[in-house]
Design a protein around this ligand. Sequence first.
Ligand code: NAI
Ligand code: AKG
Length: 411
Amino acid sequence: MNALAATSRNFKQAAKLLGLDSKLEKSLLIPFREIKVECTIPKDDGTLASYVGFRVQHDNARGPMKGGIRYHHEVEPDEVNALAQLMTWKTAVANIPYGGAKGGIGCSPGDLSISELERLTRVFTQKIHDLIGIHTDVPAPDMGTNGQTMAWILDEYSKFHGYSPAVVTGKPVDLGGSLGRDAATGRGVLFATEALLAEHGKSIAGQRFVIQGFGNVGSWAAQLITEAGGKVIAISDVTGAVKNINGLDIAKLMKHSAENRGIKGFEGGDAVDSNSLLTEECDVLIPAALGGVINKDNADDIKAKYIIEAANHPTDPEADEILAKKGVLILPDILANSGGVTVSYFEWVQNIQGFMWDEEKVNRELKTYMTRAFRDTKEMCSSHHCDLRMGAFTLGVNRVARATVLRGWEA
Ligand SMILES: NC(=O)C1=CN([C@@H]2O[C@H](COP(=O)(O)OP(=O)(O)OC[C@H]3O[C@@H](n4cnc5c(N)ncnc54)[C@H](O)[C@@H]3O)[C@@H](O)[C@H]2O)C=CC1
Ligand SMILES: O=C(O)CCC(=O)C(=O)O
């Protein structure tokens, strides 16, 4: 199912559970602004290349819009729209004072040199600088982008508006980034998983994990889960998949991946088919790469007891239904991966205050926010007799609806 159709379907189900009136429902669904820009840059060989960039600003009832920028060849308007909408509900689930946005450029970052990526990022920033801002819309990294990308956006934006570190988060620490932001999404995944397992009398220690994706989120999740005593038995990335039922050596896999631009060829396990990774025998499955990977074609074959959605919208609604019948518990994206935007909020606060927190404080506050979001979601599950996805959606949608009504925007 198309990402926007899937996200909107979840939203509409939550709106129904909450009994929202149809005018309010419609105003919450429609994005505030959709931006599409053509970014033309000279390639290193002197030829010109054009890429389409998007920024969808979904909602700002609760504060400045917030969300990552993705560089990936599959970036297209409907997906960016869906991801922006998810950010609106996610920031509300985390109870941080933001709305939601998302951006992206349709490109293959691995095929571009560093200087081409820099030129592309600067041109994109030139085209959208008037529409983003510290109190308007604050970008951050997502798939295919990182702290360096944010540093280029910061620098380009500052040429127009003066030095403005709070205009992006996920920056390098040397440029006002927060300690702990790089690991935050993975660490948030750890805290959320701990909270879910604890409800079932379990802990991370002794559980077998399978992770799809070994980028920022997947690699940090793998490291932190291993440190907490979990056994990561299989991992995939775009280059391949590797399995070791005794547990992969994550530190060695990190080194191999950095040196070889991927996990392919890692000798600390057996190479396995990436396509069957999601259906490997395990206790906890963590999709941490693309959307829509768990769908009606593979849901019935999934053997995990728990799915922790580190990626955004990895599970189609049809798969949700199949997995629910099998008794698989899904911790939804807007809760499970909210650690990233939560520490982005801490970074923005630090930039505005001009005061830097130590890493221990960042991680401690992150745990408090993740635990609270999990508890608030469970309360919605109890009051609306629904699963965790609908618990998180009703929590997020209700908070945004209340702010919308208070601001007098629903009419
Ligand atoms: N970076 C962040 O702070 C946050 C990221 N997310 C979500 O987490 C997911 C991953 O994001 P990042 O780790 O930041 O991206 P990244 O670009 O750092 O890493 C992406 C990883 O996915 C792998 N991948 C790509 N295609 C694949 C495929 N077909 N099969 C297996 N692996 C594949 C890549 O090889 C890479 O290891 C995305 O869905 C993103 O939206 C969610 C919240 C915050
Ligand atoms: O850190 C942020 O502002 C946004 C991260 C993001 O794009 C996401 O949570 O999907």
